[in-house]
Design a protein around this ligand. Structure first.
Ligand code: ATP
Length: 235
C-alpha cells in the first residue's frame, strides 16, 4: 500500500503542498483531480524521489519514498509516467521502452518478457517498434510513455495527465489501456484534469485545490458530489 502522510512541499517561500494525506491500496485505480497548479505534479515528483518534502512523508509498504533517491523509489516498485510524456523522439519505440528497464539492465531475458507483455497490452507499439517515437500519434506516444514506466516492473504506476492534448476518442483508448494495466496487477494513481474520463475508470478519487486535498470518496460519491459536478464535470 502507498500511504502519503501529511506531506508538504515548498519551493522557496511558496508552499505547493499543505499536509496532503492519501492512500492507494493494492489493485486500485485512484484518481487525483485538480486544476493547473493544484499540486498534482509536485506530489508525483515527491513520490518518485525527485523532490524532497518540507514536512510529512510517503511510504510504500512501510518503506520511505521521500529520501530524494528516485532509483530507490523505482526499486521499491513505484514508477512515474511524467506529464508531457518526455520521450526521446529520435529513438525508436523499442529503445524508449527499454530505457525504462535501467534497474533491470542485467536481466535481458526478463526485460524481453516485459517487452512482449507491453506489446501484448499495446499491439500498435509492436507494429511500430522500430519507428522513431516522435513519428507516432499523441495517443501512441502516451502508450510508449506508459510502457516505458511499466518496463521498470512497478507495483504502483504514477500517471501524470495522460490525456493532455489528446482527442476524446484517443483519451478513451488511453484510459482503456490504463484499465488493462491495472487488471494486469498494477495499482494506479492517476492525476487528471479530464475528470469525466478519469472518474469513469476510478475506484476512488481525491480532489486537490491549492495544495490541499479538499474532497475524497469513491467514484460514485464524487460523481454525485455537487462541488465536483459544477467545478470539474461541467454539470
Ligand atoms: P499542472 O497540471 O499545471 O502541472 P499541478 O497540479 O501538477 O499543475 P504543480 O506543478 O505541482 O501543479 O504546481 C503547484 C504549484 O507549485 C504551482 O503554483 C506552480 O507554479 C508551483 N511550482 C511547481 N514547481 C515549482 C518550482 N520548481 N519552483 C517554484 N514553484 C513551483
Amino acid at each position: 500500500m502507498l500511504e502519503v502522510r501529511n506531506l508538504s512541499v515548498k519551493y522557496g517561500a511558496y508552499t505547493a503542498l499543505h499536509g496532503v494525506n492519501l492512500t492507494v491500496q493494492g489493485g486500485e485505480i485512484v484518481v487525483l483531480l485538480g486544476a493547473n497548479g493544484a499540486g498534482k505534479s509536485s506530489l508525483f515528483k515527491t513520490l518518485s524521489g525527485l523532490q524532497r518534502p518540507s514536512g510529512g512523508d510517503a511510504v510504500y509498504n512501510g518503506q520511505p519514498l521521500t529520501l530524494g533517491r528516485p532509483e530507490r523509489c523505482v526499486a521499491l516498485g513505484v514508477s512515474l509516467c511524467p506529464e508531457g510524456r518526455m520521450l526521446f523522439p529520435q529513438l525508436s519505440v523499442e529503445k524508449n521502452l527499454r530505457l525504462g528497464a535501467y534497474l533491470h539492465r542485467r536481466d535481458a531475458a526478463g526485460n524481453q518478457t516485459e517487452l512482449e507483455r507491453i506489446y501484448a497490452l499495446f499491439p500498435i507499439l509492436a507494429d511500430k517498434r522500430a519507428d522513431p517515437a516522435g513519428s507516432l500519434s499523441g495517443g501512441q506516444q502516451q502508450m510508449v510513455a506508459i510502457g516505458r514506466a511499466l518496463m521498470a516492473r512497478p507495483k504502483v504506476l504514477l500517471l501524470d495527465e495522460p490525456s493532455l492534448g489528446l482527442a476524446p476518442l484517443v483519451v478513451d483508448q488511453v484510459f482503456a489501456a490504463v484499465v488493462r494495466v491495472n487488471e494486469a496487477g498494477v495499482s494506479v494513481l492517476l492525476a487528471e484534469q479530464n475528470a469525466f474520463a478519469a472518474l469513469g475508470i476510478a475506484h476512488r478519487a481525491y480532489v486537490m485545490e491549492g495544495g490541499h486535498v479538499t474532497i475524497e470518496g469513491s467514484r460514485d460519491e464524487l460523481l454525485h458530489d455537487d462541488r465536483v459536478r459544477s467545478a470539474y464535470l461541467g454539470v
